[in-house]
Design a protein around this ligand. Structure first.
Ligand code: OOG
Ligand code: NI
Length: 266
């Protein structure tokens, strides 16, 4: 197998190991005769000099990806890039974001510094770093303190390096005509969906429609106790052609802003 395909196999295995929901939805789609193709995967990090998106990007550049977009989320204090594979448009796109830690309280900054200090630059460069999980020790009280300032910070500290979500490409499905009918299928199978900003984010005019499940709670091990926390989610995306006839490949910041909330504590 090619390095890049192996990367996605590892990432999917790690993701479904804690996220049986995605595995179940994937199986339901395949049982209908669908072949599931991933539109994109998303990862999260902190903007320290060791762990920021500019550093993690090296992994994607090495696999033949190119940076094709950047996004700012002022209210959530986040920044993101999206990558597309230069040669193989069938490979999933990558959406990678980072927390702008300096915009938060001194307490939050101290905690992130403490986590960051437990990681070496060499470790970050290891080929398997992006699916290595939480590389630091974190207590449940630290998690709660982070949660009070940023749901994103708490999730990233708790789950570390893994896919936050995989995304089903609706364009590649053959038995759903639109995002509405796919959403209904997911709801009919009793999965909770993210309704922040409406069930469907984006419009055909914006060339991208998206929806996602709400991340189910998993019992996670902290350094002091085990506790139920929101895990990973599954996303669905339908793209529309641009004037050139090629499908739009970017992301819509206003929609992404709502997709981030799929890991919020309900
Ligand atoms: C990323 C949220 C944005 C999209 O497709 O717009 C996103 C995240 O939750 O980490 O995935
Ligand atoms: Ni996404």
């Amino acid at each position: 197998m090619h390095v890049v395909e192996e990367f996605f196999t590892h990432l999917w295995q790690q993701y479904t190991a804690i996220n049986p929901q995605a595995k179940a939805i994937h199986a339901l789609l395949e049982d209908r005769g669908e072949t599931v193709v991933n539109d994109h995967v998303a990862l999260r990090t902190f903007n320290t000099s060791k762990l920021g998106i500019d550093v993690l990007s090296d992994h994607f550049l090495a696999m033949g990806y190119e940076n094709r977009g950047d996004y700012d989320f002022v209210a959530k204090k986040l920044r993101a890039y999206h990558f597309e594979h230069a040669k193989n448009a069938n490979l999933p796109k990558i959406f990678i974001s980072e927390l702008l830690t300096e915009q938060f309280s001194n307490d939050l900054q101290d905690t992130i510094r403490e986590l960051d200090e437990q990681v070496t630059p060499d470790q970050v460069r290891e080929p398997d770093f992006l699916y290595s999980g939480r590389p630091w020790s974190l207590s449940f009280s630290q998690y709660i303190a982070l949660l009070q300032e940023s749901e994103y910070a708490a999730w990233t500290a708790a789950f570390g390096y893994r896919a936050n979500h995989f995304t089903v490409s609706i364009n590649h499905l053959t038995t759903f005509f639109d995002i509405e009918s796919l959403n209904q299928f997911i709801i009919d199978h009793d999965f909770a969906m993210n309704e922040s900003g409406g069930l469907i984010k984006g419009t055909p005019e914006q060339l991208l429609e998206q929806s996602s499940t709400m991340a189910p709670m998993v019992n996670l091990e902290f350094s002091d106790v085990n506790h139920l926390v929101p895990s990973c989610f599954y996303e669905f995306a339908k793209r529309y052609p641009t004037e050139t006839g090629r499908l739009y490949q970017g992301f819509i910041a206003a929609s992404a802003d709502k997709i981030f909330e799929s890991t919020d504590t309900q």
